[in-house]
Ligand binder design. Structure first.
Ligand code: FES
Length: 72
């Protein structure tokens, strides 16, 4: 595992951000809530929410851990 960018998926749904981003782009989604409604990602523990937001903003699919104080 790459320690620099260890976060790659919503663990609750077992969906990688790469897969989720593909769905978002295919459907023209711009909001995390749209992904939660369709796929469930972000809808359980919610820990992936800041990563999903950054994914939508930047197109990145691998992230360093976002400290909770930086999470939006
Ligand atoms: S990790 Fe995505 S909802 Fe729990």
């Amino acid at each position: 595992m790459d320690d620099e960018r260890p976060v790659r998926a919503c663990m609750c749904t077992s969906l990688t951000f790469r897969v989720i981003l593909g769905v978002a782009r295919d459907r023209g989604y711009t909001k995390v809530e749209q992904l939660t409604e369709l796929l469930g990602c972000g809808g359980s523990c919610g820990l992936c929410m800041p990563y999903l937001q950054r994914m939508l903003e930047t197109g990145e699919t691998e992230f360093a851990v976002i400290p909770r104080t930086d999470a939006r």
